[in-house]
Design a protein around this ligand. Structure first.
Ligand code: ZN
Length: 245
């Protein structure tokens, strides 16, 4: 795939992290105002073993999903700028650490988005793998099932996200590396590049000769490898940057 270009335009790969969605009202759980600083159960709620082993944690998870603004959030100008880039015909692939589905809601086709950590908009059975939407599961919670079980097999349901204690989907990771190796431009946006393996993609991109551009408020371990580091707010910086392609 290396060096492949479509219509003479560069392949733009965008690695997005929590910072691209904060303008949509989705908190960065790890940030200074993040959930983890406030709720003593927060880490259990996102850790597979605790979630599977404790129905009280699951009930609390469903309550929080119900109350969370996250799944009602709307894409912001940065998500829209990425979707617009694809609409202009520029070859673009998004690799996202986010589970909020906002790239697709902004109009980016599903096939152009690789969700490293899965999606919180779908629910999956941990036994039989049956999938449903979060909205459908939340309707059952609303109707009085505090910990809804799989309708097919009675198994435990969870969001289709990669929790702590779960491995990343190796096929998704393989695709992410292939996209990164093929990209002529690699933009890391709203990610501190500290969580592996997503972070190392920036290194892979630089190794394969991509122009590495980092858009993030705080320094990252890969800033030295970048051709350009942009510290301005993502909501204005990304649309301006993407206008180049
Ligand atoms: Zn099932």
């Amino acid at each position: 795939m290396n060096g492949g270009q479509a219509g003479g335009r560069p392949l733009v790969a965008i690695l997005s992290g929590a910072g691209i969605s904060t303008d949509s009202g989705i908190p960065d759980y790890r940030g200074p105002q993040g959930l983890w600083r406030r709720d003593p159960d927060a880490e259990k709620l996102v850790t597979y073993q605790f979630y599977m082993g404790d129905s009280e944690i699951r009930r609390k998870s469903w309550r929080m999903r119900q109350e969370s603004a996250a799944w009602r959030a709307r894409p912001n100008g940065a998500h829209q700028a990425v979707a617009e880039l694809a609409r202009r015909g520029t070859p673009v692939r998004v690799i996202t650490q986010n589970v909020d589905g906002l790239h697709q809601l902004a109009g980016l086709p599903d096939r152009k988005v690789l969700e490293l950590h899965g999606t919180a908009r779908a629910v999956v059975c941990t036994d039989c793998g049956a999938r449903t939407t979060l909205a459908a599961a939340l309707e059952r919670v609303d109707a009085g099932e505090p910990d809804p079980a799989c309708r097919d097999c009675g198994g435990i349901l969870k969001t289709a996200t990669v929790m702590f204690g779960e491995a990343l989907d190796s096929e998704v990771l393989t695709q992410a590396i292939a996209i990164t190796q093929a990209a002529q431009v690699f933009i890391a946006v709203g990610t501190t590049l500290q969580v592996q393996p997503a972070a190392s993609l920036a290194g892979v991109a630089a190794q394969h000769g991509a122009r590495l551009i980092i858009v993030n408020a705080e320094p990252t371990p890969y800033d030295d490898l970048a051709e350009e580091v942009i510290r301005e707010p993502i909501g204005t910086a990304l649309p301006e940057l993407l206008a180049r392609w």
